[in-house]
Design a protein around this ligand. Structure first.
Ligand SMILES: [Zn+2]
Length: 468
């Protein structure tokens, strides 16, 4: 029997390179045709007139079901992928972690166990390495065979995550020949350690001192160091959650020299600022994340970086904690100072719509929006053209986006498993009216479609960093 067909008719199909009126024919899990599609017997027809039709969103930075001391990130692979689907994201790449004393294979197995049978959209994993127990080349090869073609390394958190510059360089050199991509959390640990000590010695314990202890200069100097290491290794580099103007400047200058450096930023750094840390400590604690929220002029520079192409990806660093878990703290019995507050913000559901607001305002083009949120992350992380593209043969991960649909970004209206929204009271105009994951409807008008959790693990190929 032929698999069931669907025609999405009369929408404005937007890719990272162009836009135009077209129909999309889907058969089973795949896109069969994009263009003028005639009558198709027995096909379900979706009228997309007046709406945008785009590839499903690709969020390459989530932390579902992640341990953080005595608490854990509030979304698991069930609630997190349901929320992703409601907001138009149909692929997530989460950070599997091999903690010190664990092998990469053990870390990967732990994340497979968290996700299996729970995800409603497709997912992949990066591998976070916190030490090297074997030659880097062996680890890279083993992970490549397991479908994991990107590595995350931390330049800070010396107590449990940081690796030395030697280790970073070794992994970069090992990754390069296979096309694996090294992703770095760039903050200079010495600066952070020194500031943290000074703040606490002076009795400065409130959340605002979290931001003071992680200044933009510490991010910029770490990016500069990372760029030098990448250049030396001849390897591409991906900077995660870039948050500040000076760090962006380092990326821009490196790219102008022809270094293969890519950087993502996140909606929180574009829409929120350090003013949040001036609220009462319990409220301010909800905005603790790393890097921290910055003064407002950084957001302006980041928007300009997106517009001008110096930043290539918007991802979320989705890592929410409930108000109760914030109060419990990393130790479980309440935090005494900012170092005990679990850090991270919700965002996997609101990314597409938040970035679209700047399309509506005319700062970004629709093509740039699709490139930043769908196509470029798919290309960099070895998911393209199955993901991030509406083309014959691609997975039928499709978002019909209604530019007139309004939604208040209030916690009560969203599906992330967290009891506050950083955007409470903000009303966005533009939201997905229909979201398909491999041809199945997983959300309609911002509400989940109930059904079995059919998200699959994506065995990724090497990405295309050298070609972008
Ligand atoms: Zn992260």
């Amino acid at each position: 029997m032929e698999p069931r067909a669907m025609v999405i008719r009369g929408g404005e199909v937007v890719s990272s390179e162009g836009a135009g009126r077209a129909d999309v024919l889907i058969r089973g899990e795949r896109i069969e045709a994009v263009g003028a599609v005639g009558h198709v017997a027995d096909a379900e027809v979706v009228d997309a007139g007046g709406q945008l039709v785009i590839p499903g969103g690709v969020d390459v930075h989530t932390h579902f079901d992640m341990d953080a001391g005595a608490v854990r990130s509030a979304d698991d692979f069930a609630t997190g992928t349901i929320a992703a689907a409601c907001g138009g994201t149909t692929t997530v790449v989460d950070f599997a972690t091999a903690y010190r004393g664990e092998t990469a294979a053990e870390g990967l197995a732990a994340w497979h166990a968290k996700a299996a049978g729970k995800a409603v959209v497709d997912y992949g994993f990066h591998m976070t390495l916190t030490d090297l127990r074997r030659p880097a080349g062996d680890v890279v090869a083993e992970m490549g065979e397991a479908g994991v073609t990107s590595f995350k390394l931390y330049m800070t958190y010396r107590d449990r995550l940081m690796v030395s510059d030697d280790t970073i360089a070794e992994i970069m050199r090992a990754a390069e020949p296979s096309g694996a991509l090294v992703c770095l959390h760039c903050e200079d640990d010495n600066t952070l350690e020194d500031r943290r000590r000074r703040a606490l010695a002076a009795g400065r314990t409130a959340p605002r001192w979290h931001a003071w202890s992680r200044p933009p200069g510490a991010e910029a100097s770490a990016v500069a160091r990372a760029v030098r290491m990448a250049e030396d290794a001849g390897a591409p580099l991906y900077v995660v959650h870039l948050s500040s103007g000076p760090a962006l400047e380092e990326v821009r200058r490196a790219r102008e020299r022809g270094v293969a450096v890519f950087a993502e930023t996140c909606p929180q750094y574009l829409y929120l600022s350090a003013e949040r840390y001036e609220e009462a400590p319990a409220a301010a604690a909800r905005y603790v994340c790393a890097p921290p929220l910055r003064d407002p002029h950084h957001a302006e520079e980041l928007w300009e970086g997106l517009r001008a192409g110096h930043l290539q990806v918007v991802a979320t660093d989705h890592c929410p904690f409930t108000a109760g878990d914030r109060a419990r703290g990393l130790g479980g019995s309440g935090w005494d100072d900012f170092t005990g507050i679990p850090g991270g913000l919700p965002g996997v559901e609101t990314r597409l719509a938040l970035i679209y607001q700047k399309v509506a305002e005319g700062l970004l083009t629709r093509q740039q929006w699709v490139g930043l949120c769908c196509t470029t992350p798919a290309k960099l992380f070895g998911l393209h053209p199955a993901k991030g593209e509406l083309a014959p043969g691609a997975d039928a991960d499709v978002v019909v986006f209604d530019p007139a649909l309004e939604l208040p970004l209030n916690a009560a209206r969203l599906h992330m498993n967290v009891d506050y929204s950083p955007y409470e009271g903000v009303v966005v105009r533009g939201w997905p009216s229909l979201v398909l994951s491999r041809g199945r409807a997983v959300a309609r008008a911002g509400q989940p479609v109930s059904g079995p959790a059919e998200g699959r693990f994506l065995r990724r190929q090497a990405g295309a960093a050298h070609d972008l």
